[in-house]
Design a binder for this molecule. Structure first.
Ligand code: HEC
Ligand code: HEC
Ligand code: HEC
Ligand code: HEC
Ligand code: HEC
Length: 300
């Protein structure tokens, strides 16, 4: 079997895999002209199948350099395509203790004490793809982060065509020696809290939140019920799930906007117009896009 029925999301059908999809398209295209010569197999799909056949025979290099890792095929790949070979990434678990012997459950970070954080410390991919919280608020696919992989150079210029070097909102799709482009992936949800941009806030959230939210309310929504209300209209987030989860606590919002800040900077978010938006943009917002990247945008 070429691409097996593994999926990050049990509800995702295997028919989501590109090889299956390409065969379906072909069948649909052929249907009206029965009796005519069968259409040629799409050469890019044939290349994928040939490589997979070599992998199935144990050719490891054919796997490492499988064309599905590179553009243009990776742009069409679905999670099921990747998981057919990489099912292990959803089963990986971190060490129960560091090599120096410190137990994982003895070093709890702030966000790991929250109600949103369930279960024991888990692997990076698991936390982003299959934990209950991840599935409620996010809809990440492998190719949201993985835009190509070059096992030798880990550098985009080797495998990415010049035209594709601007596929990330005008920027290269992945960065030198990094498996993914961190400033276009992680930074979106792990930047610091940009309170300097928020009129009415006098300091970082952890210092002022006590005054901003009487017990049991979401202090972000005190302002964001009416400001920047057209948010999260992108295919890698679940906008409705976020608002639902945020009813209970601002920790949901803060979790992606400063609570797990691996960076001192924050992502320069698009500034999507909202009802009663002031005409003049503040200085910090000059030059910001006014809609999410086209490759992610969903209906408003
Ligand atoms: C036909 C099997 C196959 C498919 C399909 C496949 N891969 Fe791979 N992939 C491999 C093999 C084999 C390697 C090399 C493994 C290694 O280096 O340990 C590899 C390596 C990788 C690496 C680098 C690992 C490292 O440690 O350097 C990444 C990242 C990756 N694949 C992601 C993906 C993504 C994303 C998809 C779907 C778009 C995908 N793969 C589809 C077989 C496959
Ligand atoms: C949120 C971003 C993100 C998503 C979504 C994501 N990955 Fe990764 N993946 C990474 C990063 C970053 C690394 C590099 C980790 C490292 O360098 O140690 C990685 C590493 C890998 C590796 C190398 C082996 C390993 O465990 O380090 C494979 C294989 C891989 N990813 C496959 C996948 C597949 C298949 C999917 C979809 C089911 C997926 N990834 C979804 C960011 C992501
Ligand atoms: C779309 C938003 C989003 C993106 C993009 C994203 N993350 Fe996350 N990340 C989250 C959320 C939400 C959690 C918390 C999941 C939970 O609590 O179950 C999280 C958790 C984590 C954790 C904590 C895991 C643990 O168990 O303690 C690490 C580390 C992490 N992310 C690193 C990264 C890196 C590195 C990238 C980029 C390759 C990345 N994230 C991209 C939203 C995101
Ligand atoms: C006192 C009111 C207020 C509170 C409380 C507040 N914000 Fe804001 N926020 C604003 C204003 C004002 C802006 C900027 C509006 C504009 O674009 O002109 C903003 C902008 C933002 C932005 C976009 C920043 C950028 O650079 O584009 C994010 C993300 C955000 N807020 C998240 C949050 C989160 C999460 C919380 C709670 C942890 C929160 N806000 C609490 C008023 C507030
Ligand atoms: C799972 C991570 C995640 C959670 C949870 C989350 N956000 Fe966001 N937020 C993002 C990302 C990613 C973007 C950028 C989306 C885009 O490019 O349009 C964003 C964008 C925004 C913006 C800018 C919108 C615009 O287009 O002008 C505001 C304001 C904002 N978020 C506030 C909030 C508030 C308030 C909450 C809680 C109700 C919240 N966020 C919860 C990840 C998250």
């Amino acid at each position: 079997m070429l691409f097996a029925a593994t999926s990050a999301n049990a509800s995702e059908p295997v028919s989501g895999s590109i090889v299956v999809a390409a065969k379906k398209d072909k069948a649909a295209a052929e249907a009206p002209k029965q009796g005519a010569k069968p259409a040629a197999v799409d050469p890019s799909v044939a290349a994928l199948e040939a490589a997979s056949a070599r992998v199935a025979k144990g050719d490891w290099l054919a796997g490492a350099w499988h064309p599905i890792h590179f553009k243009p095929a990776i742009d069409k790949a679905k999670d099921a395509d990747c998981l057919a070979c990489h099912a292990e990434i959803l089963k990986a678990t971190p060490r129960p203790a560091s090599e120096a012997g410190v137990a994982a459950d003895k070093t709890i970070a702030w966000y790991q004490t929250l109600d949103t954080y369930t279960g024991p410390q888990s692997d990076f991919h698991v936390r982003h793809l299959s934990t209950p919280f991840a599935q409620k608020v996010m809809n990440l696919s492998c190719t949201f982060c993985h835009q190509g992989n070059d096992p030798r150079e880990e550098s985009p210029h080797v495998t990415v065509a010049p035209a594709d070097m601007t596929s990330w909102n005008g920027k290269p799709p992945f960065s030198l020696r990094k498996m993914v482009n961190t400033s276009e992936t992680c930074l979106r949800c792990h930047g610091s809290f940009p309170w300097q941009n928020m009129e009415g806030l006098s300091g970082p959230w952890h210092e002022i939140r006590e005054d901003m939210e009487p017990e049991g309310t979401n202090g972000c929504l005190a302002c964001h019920e009416t400001i920047r209300t057209s948010r999260h209209q992108v295919n890698y987030l679940k906008a409705a799930g976020i608002e639902e989860a945020a009813k209970d606590s601002s920790d949901t919002c803060y979790g992606c906007h400063g609570g797990r800040a691996w960076y001192r900077i924050s992502y320069p978010y698009p500034r999507t117009p909202w009802p009663d938006m002031p005409k003049d943009a503040p200085d910090w917002a000059k030059g910001r896009p006014t809609a999410a990247d086209a490759r992610f945008r969903t209906g408003q």
